[in-house]
Design a protein around this ligand. Sequence first.
Ligand SMILES: N[C@@H](CCC(=O)N[C@@H](CS)C(=O)NCC(=O)O)C(=O)O
Length: 217
Amino acid sequence: MTLVLHGHPFSSYTQKVLIALYENATPFTWRLLDGPPAFEELASLWPIRLMPVLVDDDTPIAESSIIIEHLALNCPGSVRLIPADPLMALKVRSLDRFFDLYVMTPMQKIVGDRLRQAGERDPKGVADARARLEVAYGWLEKELAGCVWAAGEHFTMADCAAAPSLFYADWAHPIDARLANVRSYRARLLIRPSFARAVEEARPFRKFFPLGAPDRD
Ligand SMILES: N[C@@H](CCC(=O)N[C@@H](CS)C(=O)NCC(=O)O)C(=O)O
């Protein structure tokens, strides 16, 4: 089995998969998406053209959650990112959806809007995204009470999704100081070795963050 990851270290969804790979020390090689030839190759693998895509031997696998599920089935390691218990697995998948849809998506809307030309901006969409993040942070504050990781005491796919989404969301729309559970969870994610490594590998690209990366983390 040879694994090739098409992605970029600064991409939040690439980081989500990197965390899964690093958690279990799964060997892979990078196909860095750093120019037109690499993006053409990505389009030939996955016409939707979103990163990351993992190629397992000759089979391309798209969508970060499906990639993590694929890794859990085909090269499982000591860190079980999808719990064996079906009900716990359902909880993990539900939290994974929460982070992608209600944290990552509004964060991407705020960041992406800044990359648009002045006349193409969408202030209402950005305001809605900020409102959605506020609600998501508030829901998470209650959900995380008493938890070490998103789904409880074990690190799972939900935490792979949470780490880059909360990392960048806090840059785009800061998490209020009163949301102590969310802030301490984000801090725990930042010192988890798999995510700490992904953050370090992405550090040289911070200058490209369109809102201006804060001088922290
Ligand atoms: N649902 C996809 C989302 C992937 C995604 O949004 N990737 C972003 C980078 S973090 C991307 O490729 N953006 C490039 C673009 O929008 O053209 C997943 O889970 O993998």
